[in-house]
Design a protein around this ligand. Sequence first.
Ligand SMILES: [Zn+2]
Length: 245
Amino acid sequence: MYWYYNLGDYSFIFYILAFGIMIWSLIVRARLNSLVKKYSNVPVASGKDANTCVHEMLAANEVYGVTVKATGGEMTDNYNPKEETINLSETTYGRNSITAVAVAAHECGHACQAHSSMALYKVRQAIAPVASITSKISVWIAIIGVFIMYASKSLEMNKMGYTISTIGIVLYSVVFIFYLVTLPIERDASRRGLKAMKEFGWVSDDQYKAARSVLWAAGDTYAVALASAALTLLRLLLMRGRRRR
Ligand SMILES: [Zn+2]
């Protein structure tokens, strides 16, 4: 694999780390799926459905102008800050399971973040469009740069490759920063949702613990993404590192 080419002594460590992240990712996904499934059929003690809970939480946080909409698919729930809509998936919209209420409260947490002066949320919103473009091209730019460096026969060509690969790395850094700010934002949205679940008595004490495990497992997927982005960034830096002098 050309990807690991030229890493020299580091390549073995990267294989181990990449493999570790892959296993971790599988464990996180499996755990999340089983928790979501387990609590999708258990109605909350209050009997209130996800939509009712969202409206209650929005009103309590004095967030106005946000509408709740149904969206297709499963686990596709999201908050759209541009349209000011909380989009709830088929397994959440109008449902009163622990999973549905927990997921809806989490998305409502994002709406509250957007309507509060949370600096981190604003940073993410600002870099999200840039990160979505650079995530597709940055790694390739960095690799092409490294390829030019190693294929070069002159010092000028080598320098050009180094510069191109640096541009790729800088662009990938935006992706890394995006994941870096996303994790605390996701945890915060879950905390806000869980606080509401407890305060408004939507769930029993045991159900609260269940909801917390679902939301924390969902948040772990962002921790995996961050670790993976950190490894990619480090890998690109080391690939480019050995510049001919
Ligand atoms: Zn979220």
